[in-house]
Design a protein around this ligand. Structure first.
Ligand code: UDP
Ligand code: MG
Length: 314
């Protein structure tokens, strides 16, 4: 029978953890009783350097029931790194791991179906949101726009899939070989290959606490995703450069004709406009290239993505 590890990153989640742990425990017990998973299965709660009582709650859960394990990161490293810390730890003990958020916005009843899909031979099963009724219009349009933009930039991601997914041991081992520091899991996982499947579910509302992803973090995350997986923005700059150069040649021709036909122009407007336009474009281009250079800088340093301070296991 398969050993299933649930991996849940938690950042300041003291409001949701008591309820979340209760529901997950029920789910795990029912899966174990149905004989779908082994009783060696565990729930791994990763504390991403929370400043509230999150770690205390995790320690208590672990004490009361060894089904719960806890990983404490040395400091806050963000959702993706916390998730990876959990997955890479689970990899050594489990046959399959499912990652999900602490707020249970992703319907845990989809877990059954994910496990079934794995039994049918899928190494990776993506949880896909069928509807976003409970999200605000703003969140919905920005989120869906983000998936479309990613596609446009040539990044292969599964539409409306976030980080709710099942991965087999060998898929996790393959993920480990992707050594990048700029981590954007949902863009990297499809690169692994292997047989994959999809399970759809309805995304729910966060039942307590508040979102740890304000607009600023969301935009940074989106840009991170594009810049770490696509070089289209750089190509775009090159294309624009060529275009502008072409236009300037035509302009030159036009001005020479005007010059020789005797109609001298004042010239101020066109000069000032081009100075600003070209200047702006150059700054933009340098900025985008700078982003990539920055990324290379970070990759070259090979810093650890996370540092585990404690691992509570049986
Ligand atoms: N999270 C984390 N580290 C962070 C921010 C968030 O581990 O720095 C976790 C958080 O505890 C939750 C998950 O990432 O389990 C998703 O966060 P949230 O539900 O706030 O995001 P949203 O669903 O609003 O996009
Ligand atoms: Mg959430």
């Amino acid at each position: 029978m398969f050993v299933l590890y649930l991996v849940i990153p938690c950042y300041n989640e003291q409001e949701v953890l008591p309820e979340t742990s209760k529901q997950l425990l029920e789910k795990m017990n029912s899966l174990i009783n149905k004989g779908k998973i082994s009783d060696k299965s565990r729930i791994v709660l990763v504390d991403d350097g929370s400043r509230d009582e999150t770690w205390k709650i995790i320690e208590k859960l672990h004490e009361d029931n060894p089904l719960f394990q806890g990983i404490k990161l040395s400091r806050n490293r963000g959702h993706q790194n916390a998730l990876l810390a959990g997955l890479m730890t689970a990899k050594d003990y489990c046959d399959i791991a499912i990652s999900l958020d602490a707020d249970l916005q992703d319907d845990i009843n989809a877990i059954d179906e994910m496990v079934d899909k794995h039994h049918d031979g899928c190494d990776i099963v993506y949880g896909v949101r069928s509807a976003r009724k409970t999200d605000t219009i703003f969140k919905r349009t920005t989120a869906e726009g983000f998936y479309k933009l990613m596609k446009l930039m040539g990044v292969d991601i599964v539409f409306n899939h976030a980080d709710y997914r099942l991965m087999s041991k060998r898929a996790l081992e393959a993920l480990e070989d992707f050594g990048e520091v700029n981590l954007f899991l949902r863009g990297i996982v499809p690169m692994i290959g292997y047989k994959s499947g999809i399970v759809t579910y309805e995304r729910k509302e966060r039942f307590a606490g508040e979102s740890k992803y304000p607009l600023k973090k969301m935009l940074a995350f989106a840009f991170e995703g594009i810049a770490s997986l696509s070089i289209k923005p750089i190509r775009l700059i090159t294309t624009t450069g060529f275009l502008i150069f072409g236009i300037s040649l035509l302009m030159l021709l036009y001005f020479l004709i005007r010059h020789f036909t005797g109609a001298t122009i004042q010239g101020w407007t066109s000069t000032i406009v081009s100075i600003w336009a070209i200047g702006g474009l150059q700054l933009l281009a340098i900025g985008v290239i700078g982003e990539y250079v920055g990324k290379i800088y970070l990759e070259a340093k090979h810093r650890p993505k996370f540092i585990i301070e404690k691992y509570l296991k049986d």
